[in-house]
Design a binder for this molecule. Structure first.
Ligand code: EPU
Length: 426
């Protein structure tokens, strides 16, 4: 397995271009199942979660053409059997989106329980509740979720908790259902708005995406379109934090500043300067970084997907910071890795207390999930000496060319494969 070897202590300088949003792209790629014609997707990030999504479509009978580095033509008309291959589905959380899209098109779906980052228990009860409200029945047998419906009829869906995946799956099942569906307590993340924009451009009738209440009037047909995916809020936030944490000076290009407001506000609080422009921002730090307190919340609050990176920055901020993240049960698994680098963090349940230290020290650490992996890369760049980050396949699920982008900003980061290590030993 590949590793990153990072020599830290170099402030990041220069500019970086942000790729298309992972969490929008995985939903939109799955949504092409609902299209009655081929679609061309632009600004699709080159990450392994997308390769897996495309592989799932291909194995089910879709035709996929790579038209350019980030442009893909997808024709799902060849899919006839709504069964998602087991191993592929198990490797990714977003495989649950095939439940909604296959149900919407075929009124049936057989999808293995989704995998993805291990952040604690990740049930899909709210997804199933939404499908049931629209008239589908479900069974779970041998780890396979099966959905069956004679017809899908628009309905009222009230989510007991704020769920991104549940909201997206409810939209999928409702866009071609008969009549009106009203989703209440809907999630409001930018990728939900992007998905609704994509489906509306195909002829769907979705109103209110980005608010608590989404209204969907079912349509019979969705045409093929060419659509560009929004920039990745979390990738942008990760480079912003990396810039501040290394006391650098970085321009972040191809972004939507509005999506970054909660991250920008917290970075200003800890002492970074952030200047916003139409589609880019400039971040730099001249003085010391100082403590702050942070609680993750659904959008427009501070995103849980930025918590590990921001907590890493706080390890060298002056004073004591308190970070609470209860969106998932267990999003502090990276803390023991940061402690190996000299961080002073104690975790009690879903709260971490971070006592700023002067400097982190390089060590060998292991990525436990996608955002934890990004956090450890940032830690490596902050630290003195050499840090080796293992299990970087987690990072490649969601960050396009992270090592090349960081090298472009002056970081000393090398990818080392086990094959190269073995050659050195021989
Ligand atoms: N939940 C339930 N029942 C459900 C669905 C969710 O109890 O039926 C709970 C979850 O266990 C969790 C909370 O509700 O405690 C929120 O989960 P949500 O459904 O919103 O998360 P998700 O759809 O599984 C997406 C992103 C995550 C991101 C979360 C929260 C994708 C593919 N994944 O997950 O992204 O952390 O929303 O914003 O969009 C990442 O990119 O690193 C990542 C983990």
């Amino acid at each position: 397995m590949d590793k990153f070897v990072i020599t830290g202590g170099i402030p990041l300088h220069g500019s970086v271009v942000i790729s298309g949003a992972k969490n929008a792209a995985v939903a939109i790629v799955a949504a092409t199942i609902l299209a009655d014609e081929p679609c061309v997707l632009e600004n699709v990030p080159e990450i392994s979660d997308i390769s897996i999504s495309l592989r799932i479509l291909y194995e089910m009978g879709a035709s996929i053409k790579i038209l350019g580095k980030n442009t893909i033509r997808i024709d799902t008309r060849g899919i006839s059997d709504p069964v998602v291959p087991y191993d592929l589905a198990r490797s990714m959380r977003a495989s649950s989106y095939f439940l909604g899209t296959l149900l919407g098109r075929f009124h049936k779906a057989d999808v293995p329980m989704p995998g993805g980052c291990d952040l604690g228990d990740r049930p899909i009860d709210q997804h199933l509740k939404a499908f049931n409200s629209l008239g589908a029945e479900h069974t779970i047998d041998g780890g396979i979720v099966s959905l069956r419906a004679d017809s899908l009829i628009g309905s009222q869906i009230y989510f007991d908790i704020n769920t991104v995946g549940g909201t997206i799956n409810a939209i999928f099942a409702a866009v071609k259902a008969q009549g009106l569906t009203v989703i209440e307590n809907a999630a409001k993340e930018p990728h939900i708005v992007d998905l609704a924009n994509f489906l509306n451009s195909m002829g769907a009738d979705i109103m209110g995406a980005g608010t608590d209440v989404i209204k969907i009037r079912g349509v019979n047909r969705l045409k093929g379109v060419t659509y560009a995916i929004i920039p990745d809020q979390i990738e942008a936030g990760t480079y912003m934090v990396a810039a501040a944490a290394t006391h650098g000076d970085v321009w972040i290009n191809n972004i939507i500043p509005k999506h970054l407001e909660s991250i920008t506000a917290k970075l200003r609080k800890v002492g970074a300067t952030v200047e916003e422009y139409d589609e880019c921002l400039h971040i730099y730090t001249s003085g010391p970084l100082v403590k702050t307190s942070l609680k993750t919340l659904p959008h427009p609050g501070f995103p849980t997907d930025m918590q590990p990176q921001f907590s890493t920055l706080l390890t060298t901020a002056e004073g004591t910071s308190v970070v609470t993240d209860d969106i998932f049960d267990n999003r502090f698994r990276y803390v023991s890795e940061l402690r190996r680098m000299g961080a002073d963090i104690t975790v009690e349940g879903t709260t971490a207390v971070i006592q700023g230290v002067r400097k982190l020290k390089g060590a060998t650490v292991r990525a436990t999930d996608l955002r934890a992996g990004a956090a450890l890369v940032i830690a490596g760049m902050m630290a003195s000496g050499v840090t080796t980050v293992e299990n970087i396949f987690h990072i490649e699920r969601g960050y396009e060319n992270i090592d090349d982008k960081l090298k472009g900003l002056g970081a000393d980061i090398k990818r080392v494969s086990d094959y190269e290590n073995a050659r050195k030993i021989v």
